[in-house]
Design a protein around this ligand. Structure first.
Ligand SMILES: C[S@@+](CC[C@H](N)C(=O)[O-])C[C@H]1O[C@@H](n2cnc3c(N)ncnc32)[C@H](O)[C@@H]1O
Length: 271
């Protein structure tokens, strides 16, 4: 892309009131996954992060693969409604594509606070009465639940998903408490899918990357396994429990060669 093309692109987002000068987790993550929906500030943030922690790319890819395997698990367990919070930019296969394989009636509500995610996801879902996109802050629990209820029936089981989302919430906003409020709205038979970056394997480098994000106005707070486990609020984890995402029911039963470089814990619990 030429400089002029890039400027035109920035101008068109600016007209919509979208800040492209501050990195946003959705777009930094998109860059890590090789996507094109990112801006110079996102790429700079990603490159700084990758210099400090080359493992971030492994984590991003492995996390996305975990999402797909977890949704397949829920689909095969009979879940037909999903609330995917902290959706990210559309990356195939998306939650609805996996959930609707063989079950075209499965419903998915995506929630994200990034306007670019919202616009891209809305364009992708246009015309579908089985998927909806809500632009909201996940901390506004009542608002998100009210909007989601226009498509989801909360008297029936729901797959609640916080995949690589709660590490964008600071301690003072109580991520485990936020998860608890969503869990309280779910019917028996529901599931919780949750993954979260960890600082356990290289604390100094991880904290340096987290500080670099904060200096640029972005939030990324990797946590220890115990803190992440508390976000399940005591719900019963299915096998193999809370593990590094590549170790969660890998394809063919064998984690890939980079499994231990993907520093993100993930698990699925009966909600
Ligand atoms: C690292 S991405 C994960 C995307 C996707 N869940 C996945 O795992 O592939 C984190 C997502 O959470 C969203 N997010 C961060 N803070 C949020 C908030 N307070 N409310 C809603 N969404 C938020 C970001 O915009 C981003 O799309």
């Amino acid at each position: 892309m030429t400089e002029r093309d890039e400027q035109q692109r920035l101008d068109s987002w600016a007209v919509l009131g979208i800040r492209t000068d501050i990195p946003h987790p959705a777009r930094v993550y998109d860059y890590m996954l090789g996507g094109k929906d990112n801006f110079a500030a996102d790429r700079e943030m990603a490159e700084v992060g990758l210099r400090l922690m080359p493992e971030m790319r492994d984590s991003s890819r492995a996390n996305r693969d975990f999402l797909v395997r977890a949704v397949r698990f829920l689909r095969d367990a009979g879940i037909r409604q999903y609330l995917d919070i902290g959706t990210g930019l559309p990356t195939s296969p998306n939650t609805h594509e996996v959930a609707q394989e063989g079950h075209p009636d499965a419903r998915v509500v995506y929630v994200d606070n990034d306007p670019v995610v919202f616009l891209r996801a809305e364009a992708l879902m246009a015309g579908s009465d089985k998927t909806a996109v809500v632009r909201a802050d996940l901390r506004d629990v009542d608002e998100v639940l009210a909007e989601a209820a226009s498509l989801l029936d909360f008297t029936k089981p729901v797959g609640l998903m916080f995949v690589a989302a709660l590490h964008c919430v600071v301690d003072s906003d109580d991520p485990a408490g936020i998860a608890a409020r969503y869990l309280a709205a779910l019917a028996p038979g529901s599931y919780l899918v949750l993954s979260h970056s960890t600082d356990e394997f290289a604390p100094e480098r991880t904290h340096a990357a987290s500080r670099a994000a904060a200096e640029r106005g972005a939030i990324w707070i990797p946590r220890g396994k115990d803190a992440i486990a508390r976000m399940f609020n005591g719900r019963e984890l299915v096998e193999p429990g809370l593990v590094l995402v590549s170790h969660w029911r890998p394809e063919g039963g064998v984690p890939d060669a980079n499994a231990d470089r993907a520093w993100t814990y993930g698990g699925v619990a009966r909600a």
